[in-house]
Design a binder for this molecule. Structure first.
Ligand SMILES: Cc1cc2nc3c(=O)[nH]c(=O)nc-3n(C[C@H](O)[C@H](O)[C@H](O)COP(=O)(O)O)c2cc1C
Length: 165
């Protein structure tokens, strides 16, 4: 069913549905706090911004319990999930106490944990932050990265998907 000229302010549910038409990947953004705690959350707001300098973007809810830690951190890592990592997406979006339990982590810049078996991992300097309504927009400068062959996890219409053959 399509309707024209809905009001984004008045039709919040419809606005979310329309945004869900834009298929994304799924990433887990991680950091290590100065005392050594590991934090990470699932996002689908990740995207590329610039090649030279190498910049990426993602946004964090103003209501997130991680906001102060991400605003203060010099580095964070962005882990792009593979098609078979749906469980990690759910784990890093849930109330799970130890989100990193049982994972064979690598250590990125600033101690940010790098998750195993991801499609790509970007180690970012926390370059700039901008107020963006009910989110804070983070622009990261990628200092190191790695990637591998393989299918990504897809998010579309509020559900996980996989690439068709
Ligand atoms: C598919 C998916 C995409 C998400 N994308 C974002 C996002 O881009 N930004 C954000 O702040 N939260 C996003 N979330 C929600 C966070 O993962 C979730 O609120 C967070 O892990 C909760 O942690 P907390 O309650 O300890 O703050 C997303 C969740 C899911 C399942």
């Amino acid at each position: 069913m399509s309707r024209l000229s809905l009001s984004a302010a008045a039709d919040g549910r419809e606005f979310r549905n329309a945004l869900g038409c834009y298929a994304t990947g799924i990433a887990v953004v991680t950091l290590r706090t100065p005392p050594g705690d590991l934090l990470g959350l699932t996002v689908n707001s990740f995207n590329s911004v610039s090649l030279a300098p190498p910049l990426v973007v993602w946004s964090l809810s103003n209501a997130s319990s991680f906001l102060a830690a991400f605003e203060a951190s010099e580095y964070y890592a962005i882990n792009v999930l593979a098609a078979d990592q749906r469980e990690l997406s759910q784990r890093f979006a849930s109330r799970t106490e130890d989100r990193f339990g049982g994972l064979a982590l690598d250590e990125g810049l600033g101690g940010a944990p790098l998750l195993p078996a991801c499609c790509a991992r970007f180690e970012c300097r926390n370059a700039t932050r901008h107020a963006g309504g009910d989110h804070v927009v983070f622009i990261g400068e990628v200092e190191r990265f790695d990637y591998r062959e393989g299918e990504p996890l897809i998010y579309f219409g509020g559900a996980y998907r996989q690439l068709a053959a």
